[in-house]
Design a protein around this ligand. Structure first.
Ligand SMILES: [Zn+2]
Length: 258
């Protein structure tokens, strides 16, 4: 055998042996890149929507409705002043209010209404023009064909978390900072600002002691089988996810004793 004639196999020879011409190879390589790129885009867009059930961590501290039912008169005399409460959610509202003693004197009217979200906080005209006393309306959705989650579709503990979040909005609206309301109005202009603002409100709810209730609200509203994908996507993009709420609970000293 003449060793001088034996050449090492070049890449092109290997490709030929594998019946792949350079043009074919380039075509296949291009197709492979397109495929990888497409898969990445699909998986990225899927990550943005919340469509999987997250593992539920049983809250360490749940509010017991049986115990609180016996305390309703006491709660009413302490936190029911200047408040108009809905008959069906009277206890839940009073319990949530007890976590926000700063709101004791502020007139708040809870009202059942057909709205586009589960609950909504509205400052009065007086608040907007800076006149005292400020008062607020908290609307609770009663729309039967609502594509999201209604308050009566989540457990008692989660209902308190939802009401707590809306009360935290009032705490925020009451900020004495100059131009605070203008800044809040601006927060509704972009998704990025809205997310930052709603995360602030969720944090405020957690520091007031309703972290486990907010966790329950977040979990049950995102994992409700009846609500639309659009509602869940919006919820998961704007508000804190259960995982983040859990992290804030774990790092906050007020929950250490739970
Ligand atoms: Zn909010």
């Amino acid at each position: 055998m003449n060793h001088s004639l034996a050449k090492p196999l070049a890449l092109i020879d290997v490709l030929r042996l594998l019946h792949i011409t350079s043009i074919n190879f380039l075509r296949k390589l291009t197709l492979l890149f397109i495929l990888i790129f497409t898969v990445q885009i699909i998986s990225f867009s899927q990550k943005k929507s919340y469509d999987k059930v997250e593992f539920y961590i049983k809250p360490k501290k749940k509010i017991d409705s049986t115990f609180y039912k016996t305390k309703i008169q006491e709660l009413d005399s302490l936190f029911g002043k200047n408040k108009i409460l809905p008959k069906d959610y009277r206890l839940q509202c009073l319990i949530a209010l007890s976590f926000f003693p700063k709101l004791k004197e502020i007139p708040i009217q809870f009202k059942l209404k057909r709205i586009s979200t589960t609950m909504q906080c509205r400052p009065s005209f007086k608040r907007l023009v800076g006149k005292q006393p400020h008062n607020y309306k908290l609307y609770i959705n009663k729309k039967n064909n609502f594509k999201g989650v209604l308050i009566n579709e989540v457990p008692f503990n989660a209902q308190i978390g939802l009401i707590g979040h809306e009360l935290a909005h009032i705490i925020d609206f009451e900020s004495p900072e100059k131009n605070h309301l203008i800044s809040r109005a601006m927060d509704y202009c972009t998704k990025k600002r809205k997310k930052k603002f709603e995360h602030c409100i969720d944090s405020l709810t957690i520091v007031h002691g309703l972290g486990w209730q907010l966790y329950d609200w977040s979990f049950f509203s995102l994992n409700n089988l009846k609500s639309s994908k659009k509602y869940k996507k919006f919820k998961s993009e704007i508000y804190m996810l259960p995982k983040l709420i859990l992290l804030q609970i774990k790092t906050n000293a007020i929950y250490k004793l739970d």
